[in-house]
Design a protein around this ligand. Structure first.
Ligand code: ADP
Length: 375
């Protein structure tokens, strides 16, 4: 049984619909990340699960119960926000134990549970401090502790790490993942950061303008993005995408500047003659003779590797390159891409084309009404 089920969830503010019918089944203990850019409706969706926003249409079940009409506190969820919302005049111990206090849990029991939670978050030595005397990361842990002590069945996280500096964000990400492994609570986590989504999630829900574009494991959304939107959003950098004209007899794509790139014909059985959107990962590119030819623009230094940007008939394409070879601006580049690393999408809808994976044909996904048209 799914711990959380969303059925055709819609949300309108006045006459404007901002969430256009979301369906999702979350298994018990699963860590789901809802990922999308600012304004795509991810917080609204989470707040509807929490009971902080009314649902305009659809049904939400938590633990087998329809919760549409239940108050937030009756839903068994604990929420961790971006602004930690700690009580500034209370100590860390009092902040963590507050919900037990208002539930009249006896002091000895309360203290024991506060110590237990604080110890699992590495906060024992800060129990007497006020939030103002803590770092951002420590405050975030107190906020987590306050949620954990209620032993919720479901954790809801609304961009909890976005106020932290980059290094701390990485550290907290690891802590949240470890905590999840220990507690196993079903979790919904909202973020606009695809790296955060990739590293935390069992499955990612990629949203765009109030519509779900794809639901899949981090590997699935990376290896088989179902739309050009997902392809571009996931990965550092996103998939290189370029307009092309396909010749299925030869298994060749003609790029806008007339150069040709081979794709694996046996993998894409339904490609017709005509326009497609072709894509390949920066990680799939080798810099070697005999590939598509362009000129060097610049490189993003990553330390162990570089992202080399090249201009190919006016389009920028990016290669992930190890090693320290340097280039001059305008120098000739040749990008070699293995035909089996080329992804193909419908030129109009941006949906992934029908594909043969391990001998089985995976049909193209029906194009839903275009997200943009619904906004
Ligand atoms: P995200 O979390 O992805 O940044 P939100 O869920 O906060 O996006 O918002 C989705 C859309 O709903 C946005 O266009 C936003 O402007 C709109 N919205 C959010 N809250 C309200 C509100 N209380 N009244 C009107 N529009 C709102």
């Amino acid at each position: 049984m799914a711990e959380i089920t969303l059925r055709n969830i819609r949300k309108s503010y006045a006459d404007t619909e901002v969430v256009h019918g979301v369906d999702l089944d979350v298994s018990t203990g699963e860590f789901i990340v809802i990922l999308g850019p600012s304004g795509c409706g991810k917080s609204t969706l989470l707040r509807m699960v929490a009971g902080l926003e009314a649902i305009t249409k659809g049904e939400i079940e938590i633990g087998g119960r329809v919760v549409n009409r239940l108050e937030p506190r009756e839903r068994g969820c604990a929420m961790v926000f971006q602004n930690y919302a700690l009580y500034p005049h209370m100590s860390v111990a009092q902040n963590i134990g507050y919900s037990l206090k208002i539930a009249h849990v006896p002091k000895a029991e309360r203290d024991r549970r506060v110590r237990e939670v604080a110890s699992s978050l590495g906060l024992e030595e800060f129990l007497d401090r006020r939030p103002g005397q803590l770092s951002g990361g420590q405050r975030q842990r107190v906020a987590m502790g306050r949620a954990m002590i209620r032993e919720p069945k479901v954790f809801l996280y609304d961009e909890p790490l976005s106020n932290l500096d980059a290094k701390l964000r990485v550290a907290m990400r690891v802590e949240i993942r470890k905590l999840h492994q220990r507690l196993g609570a079903t979790s919904l986590f909202v973020t606009h950061d695809q790296v955060e989504a990739m590293t935390l999630a069992d499955r990612i829900v990629v949203m765009n303008k109030g519509v779900v574009e794809q639901i899949g494991t981090p590997t699935e959304v990376y290896q088989r993005p179902e739309t050009t939107y997902v392809a571009n959003f996931i990965g550092t950098p996103g998939l290189n995408l370029i307009d092309a004209t396909a010749d299925p007899d030869k298994g060749l794509l003609t790029l806008p500047d007339g150069q040709q790139l081979a794709y694996d014909r046996s993998r894409w059985p339904d490609v017709g003659y005509g326009p497609v959107t072709a894509g390949f990962r920066a990680e799939s590119v080798r810099l070697a003779a005999g590939g598509i030819r362009g000129t060097y623009e610049f490189a993003e230094e990553l330390g162990a590797a570089r992202l080399v940007h090249g201009l190919f008939g006016g389009h920028t394409l990016i290669a992930h390159m190890a090693g320290s070879r340097s280039f001059a601006v305008g120098e000739a580049l040749s990008f070699v891409v293995d035909p089996s690393d080329v992804h193909l999408f419908d030129a109009d809808s941006g949906r992934r084309l029908s594909e043969t994976v391990d001998g089985v044909v995976t049909p193209a996904i029906e194009a839903p009404a275009k997200a943009a048209a619904l906004m």
